[in-house]
Design a protein around this ligand. Structure first.
Ligand code: CU1
Length: 185
């Protein structure tokens, strides 16, 4: 008899537990929230039409462009051999030194075509404090030196359409650490 009673109690408590679960399941009533989210998108489609009108009116002002470039680990290579912007763009470029060796520092120097060696060698004669760059007409934009794991930046206005070499002027790097910035009309 006792076993039967215990079993009866167990069964009823299990049933109660089961009931509780099923109650929770039904009490969740997700449909209302699903309806709510379904309603929201219906209201948004009208919004995008307004920004697109504003965007087409903007071209007069300089377009801001973000460029990111980095060193490939501890090597003397940029991770991007080419970059592209449009003439007149206000360019914000960040250079990340992904290296870990203290002796491996980098910068990003945009120069006039054919002046790479001249600029790099001229910069080499300068102390490290000067970032190995001597400002001149050949140098269009340049970042400070980026120590390992650091990011440096420069903001400049994209020059006339054409191809412009960019190099790292840290002693010995410019020969391989280079790329080309293409400025479109
Ligand atoms: Cu470098």
């Amino acid at each position: 008899m006792r076993t039967l009673i215990i079993m009866a109690i167990l069964t009823s408590s299990l049933a109660a537990a089961g009931c509780g679960k099923s109650n929770d399941g039904t009490s969740g009533t997700p449909p209302p929230s699903a309806t709510a989210t379904a309603v929201a998108p219906a209201a948004t489609p009208q919004a995008p039409s307004t920004p697109s009108v504003t965007a087409s009116a903007v071209p007069v002002a300089a377009k801001k462009v973000e460029l990111e470039i980095a060193s490939v680990g501890d090597t003397m290579f940029f991770d991007k051999k080419t970059l592209t912007v449009a003439t007149g763009d206000l360019v914000h470029l960040t250079l990340k030194n992904n290296g870990k060796l203290a002796v491996m520092q980098h910068n990003w120097v945009l120069v006039k075509k054919g002046t790479e060696a001249k600029v790099a060698l001229g910069g080499m004669e300068k102390a490290q404090d000067a970032g190995y760059v001597v400002p001149s007409d050949d140098v269009l934009a340049y970042t400070p030196l980026a120590p390992p794991q650091k990011t440096v930046e420069v903001t400049f206005t994209a020059p006339a359409p054409g191809d412009y070499p960019y190099i790292c002027t840290f002693p010995g790097h410019y020969v391989v650490m280079k790329g080309v910035l293409t400025v479109s009309p």
